[in-house]
Design a protein around this ligand. Structure first.
Ligand code: SF4
Length: 416
């Protein structure tokens, strides 16, 4: 086989990485080479963004170390039995590309994942070699997100957390049943153990930092931007209710920063029991909205599913509105008196709008015009609130309320 150039490898391994949805660099500690020497920064502007074909924003150099893999997960284009063209970077090549891209201001950091080569430990060592070299040999201060290889030695995870801002271990599919069916080599208990190990090390680092507050000693470092995971949506028969239940367990059990939902992309030569078309992107969007409700709005998974039918979120309206339509007994809510927890449940009110309402109502009785200054969705609020100059009357219980917000049904054209 002719030797591949760096550019050819980059094309293959950046394309292969597009199935990973985790591209957020939020939440890490602030570092800037202007102040500390070295190069790079986790903040700052001027970063070029690129977009995957389905519109996701990618501001990190997101690549695989290799798309060779000894595993054969059936939903994955890089599985051992797939006949895709393969490529492999050396750690030194990834370091060089990252530095080149960073200096040209193309990226704000590196997201590195990999197929599994030889063994979990060997693969993890290769990825750590990239992060170590960037940090120690080149003083790289930019963001690094490393995908951990489930089952890698805990000492390797400790090293990964020393150099990376964020670690993530993919749970891959929402249910154990799905994993057993589509990725029998991946063991749920091994994935969970890896996540638990990361969580423990994060907590240890936090405790140790607290203990050193009074001393000048350098605080220990372990993945300051936390850990995340990704689930593929629509490859198996898991319902949205299953997906949110798994997310809820992951957030509470492993203190995850984020769960990413990635709509399944059909692949060539795949198993017959995988879908031939990708699920609607709106499904992924609704799951993110529901996830947001769990993390920032005080909803639990079972409440969100009250607005669903057959355990699937409504694609036509957002999950908070769908829930409110089912729980009209709780509305209308008086914006001048209701507690914060209840205001957060009003469709059309986001967390910032609620904060502004709470602040504004200390000095005045809020009317619709005041609400129009804190939200762009006054029309959405009307059936669910009471304000100084507004009462919804029968609107709250109107049987046409859903139709008021759902997009009109599309007229299908007849093929002639
Ligand atoms: S281990 Fe990862 S890269 Fe390998 S086949 Fe499974 S999902 Fe794909």
């Amino acid at each position: 086989m002719a030797q591949q150039t760096i550019l050819q490898k980059l094309k293959l391994l950046a394309d292969a990485a597009k199935y990973d949805a985790s591209c957020s660099s939020s939440g890490t500690s602030k570092r800037n080479s202007l102040a500390s020497g070295g190069i790079g920064s986790t903040e700052g502007m001027g970063i070029c963004h690129s977009y995957t074909p389905d519109g996701r924003c990618v501001s990190l150099l997101k690549i695989l170390l290799t798309n060779f893999c000894i595993y054969d997960c059936r939903f994955c284009i890089n599985r051992a039995s797939s006949n895709v063209e393969r490529a492999r970077f050396s750690p030194a090549e990834v370091v060089q590309i990252t530095l080149d891209f960073y200096k040209r201001n193309y990226i704000e950091g590196l997201f590195l994942s990999s197929g599994i080569i030889r063994s979990e430990d060997y693969t993890m060592e290769q990825m750590i070699a990239v992060a170590r070299s960037l940090r120690e040999d080149h003083g790289f201060r930019g963001y690094i997100h490393l995908k951990t290889i489930a089952g890698a030695d805990p000492q390797l995870l400790a090293l990964a957390g020393l150099y990376a801002d964020r670690l993530s271990t993919n749970v891959e599919l929402p249910t154990e049943r799905g994993l057993q069916n589509f990725a029998p080599e991946k063991r749920p208990e091994v994935i969970r153990k890896t996540m638990a190990e990361v969580r423990l090390r994060q907590e240890d680092a936090k405790e140790a930092r607290k203990g050193r507050l009074l001393t000048k000693a350098k605080p220990p470092r372990f993945a300051p931007a936390g850990q995340s995971t990704q689930m593929i949506v629509g490859a198996d028969d898991a319902r949205d209710g299953d997906i949110l239940k798994t997310s809820s367990h992951l957030y509470s059990g492993y203190r995850l920063k984020r769960v990413y939902y990635s709509a399944f992309s059909p692949i060539a030569d795949s198993s017959q029991d995988l879908p031939l078309v990708r699920p609607p992107l709106m499904r992924e969007h609704r799951l993110y909205q529901a996830d947001w409700l769990m993390r920032f709005y005080g909803f639990d998974q079972t409440e969100i599913m009250e607005g669903a039918s057959d355990e699937m979120l409504d694609l036509a309206i957002d999950p908070k509105l769908a829930w409110a339509l089912q729980r009209r007994d709780l509305f209308p809510v008086d914006v001048n008196r209701a507690p914060k927890e209840l205001l957060l449940r009003v469709p059309g009110l986001g967390t910032r709008a609620v904060e502004r309402i709470l602040a504004a109502r200390r000095g005045t009785r809020l009317r619709l015009a005041d609400l129009a200054r804190v939200t762009t969705s006054v029309k959405k609020l009307l059936p669910f609130i009471v304000a100084g100059d507004w009462r919804p009357g029968g609107l709250t219980d109107s049987e046409h309320l859903r139709a008021r917000f759902a997009p009109p049904p599309e007229q299908l054209s007849l093929a002639l």
